[in-house]
Ligand binder design. Structure first.
Ligand code: FRU
Length: 489
């Protein structure tokens, strides 16, 4: 083990333990200590779910990317495993950037990541050189391949930049080969997704340009993912520098998906129009994996580069979303919290056809680690709203206007102390409007699943934990049903 890796492991072991459990979310992943961004290497390996993450143990800011590592048996309790990768080689000394994991034929786990180095130009400026590298291990300790990097500038198609070539997502094809998609910047300055193939996971060859941005959807496409779902193929990517269009593609840095058809013989993907993956303020760089039971599960970084504003704690920054199951319905991706969450339901509190008018509190409906479903029923109302994580000083509100079908999220009073993005509006996709809202609340976040998962909105909050009231509001008489469960770990 390199000195650098040993140092990180020792440091996180000592510092990570100083962080009190109640300073972390109850069931969302946080870095052992320091900074976390993208989920990496999300996979099922030897009976456990593995998740790695972009990690700087030494400060609560992005720097010197390592790979942190957690494992779980149920997707809710995650245990820290020592840092998997440190930027300790010449070819990755400026960071072990995002990547993915897969089990090899011989039972070892392969990690494929972007190795970052830098070069000095004649005018004295420096720029990144991004290549791809691999490491193999047993689920805890990993050894970098001695012939790294395995993909370099010579493996790029004509015009593609060696500065932006990152985030390999690997899978095993039906033909027995490994494949991976990698984000790249072509000569037009925007983004494209490259497809590579390998017989063994170590020797790779360029296959095709799987998708081109052509400056239509943001610029560089980061963190691609590509998989079959039902009878479609899905390409997910996170475009940088994206302009909002009406109520779609807010956040600057965005995560979008394209459905389409994949011709595996010709390695060509014909994609449809992109869609927003999540309408909240904190969602980026999602990664999926297929579980042994066939479910396709996604986890994303629950922060955003452009509105990276929710301070989590003095000792850690960054969280992952709750794992979500993906399905295709009506030619769109629908997302729902994994069903394992229900094993941790306690203290149910239900109201059927409760009548509300004006501001209403329902006895027993409160809390900060809860699974709350609100079904909107009949009413003459135009406005319906819910305030969560509330007391007389704090609240995060969800305000729905039936006439415009717009839902507004407002976290102005969640505890933020900077002048930053706090309001987001979007249109409810279903022409019948907003019927059902399922909120998954944890101490530092609110994830909303709309109309059984047709749309989602993920937002981090920084509200003192004793603000746990819930207020309902309707401008005219209406009825609703409410089901609340505490989530107790
Ligand atoms: C996305 C990203 C990736 C890169 C990583 C570096 O958030 O910029 O493209 O690999 O973060 O930490």
């Amino acid at each position: 083990m390199s000195e650098m890796l040993e140092k990180a492991r020792k440091y996180e072991f000592i510092q990570g333990q100083q962080i009190k459990e109640e300073e972390r979310p109850a069931f969302h992943i946080t870095p052992y200590v320091g900074w976390m961004n993208d989920p990496n290497g999300f996979s099922y390996y030897k009976g456990e779910y593995h998740l790695f993450y972009q990690y700087n143990p030494y400060s609560t800011h992005w720097d010197s990317m390592h790979w942190g590592h957690v494992v779980s048996k149920d997707l809710l309790h995650w245990n820290y495993v020592p840092t998997a990768l440190a930027p300790d080689e010449d070819y990755d000394k400026f960071g072990c950037f995002s990547g993915s994991a897969i089990e090899l034929e011989d039972g070892r786990q392969l990690l494929m990541y972007t190795s970052v180095n830098q070069e000095k130009l004649e005018d004295g400026t420096v720029r990144d050189i991004q290549t791809q590298a691999v490491a193999v291990g047993d689920g805890k300790d990993y050894e970098k391949y001695d012939k790294n990097p395995v993909l370099t500038a010579k493996d790029l198609p004509k015009g593609a930049s060696k500065v932006d070539f990152r985030d390999p997502k690997i899978w095993k094809g039906n033909d027995g080969n490994f494949y991976c998609v990698i984000g790249s910047r072509p000569a037009d300055g925007s983004g494209q997704i490259l497809l590579y193939r390998s017989k063994n996971g170590f020797e790779w060859e360029f296959v095709s340009i799987l998708a081109k941005n052509q400056n239509r959807y943001g610029k560089m496409w980061e963190c691609p993912d590509f998989f079959a779902l039902k009878d479609k193929h899905v390409l997910i990517c996170s475009p940088q520098d994206m302009k909002a269009r009406k109520y779609e593609f807010h956040n600057g840095h965005n995560s979008v998906y394209f459905l389409g058809d994949y011709d595996a013989n010709r390695c060509r993907f014909s994609k449809e129009q992109p869609h927003t993956l999540d309408y909240g303020m904190d969602f980026y760089a999602p990664q999926t994996t297929e579980l042994p039971d066939g479910r396709r599960i996604m986890i994303a970084w629950m922060k955003s580069w452009d509105a990276c504003v929710i301070p989590n704690s003095q000792d850690w920054q960054g969280m992952m979303t709750f794992p979500r199951e993906l399905e295709i319905k009506e030619n769109r991706i629908w997302q729902n919290p994994v069903k394992e969450l229900e094993n941790y339901h306690q203290n149910p509190c239900c109201y059927e056809h409760a009548e509300i008018e004006g501001e209403t509190v329902l006895a027993g409906v409160e809390g900060r680690t809860i699974d709350l479903t609100v079904t909107l029923e009949d009413g003459e109302n135009t406005i319906f709203s819910i305030k969560l994580a509330a007391d007389s000083e704090y609240e995060t509100s969800y305000i729905y206007n039936k006439e415009t079908r717009l839902l507004e999220i407002d976290r102005t009073y969640c505890g933020v102390t900077k002048d930053v993005v706090c309001v987001r509006k979007f249109r409810i996709e279903d022409p019948a409007g907003l019927k059902k809202m399922r909120f998954i609340l944890d101490y530092h976040s609110i994830e909303l699943f709309i109309n059984d998962g047709q749309q989602t909105a993920t937002t981090a909050i920084c509200t003192p934990l004793n603000a746990k009231d819930i207020y309902f509001f309707s401008d005219k008489k209406m009825t609703m049903s409410v089901e609340k469960h505490d989530i107790i770990m």
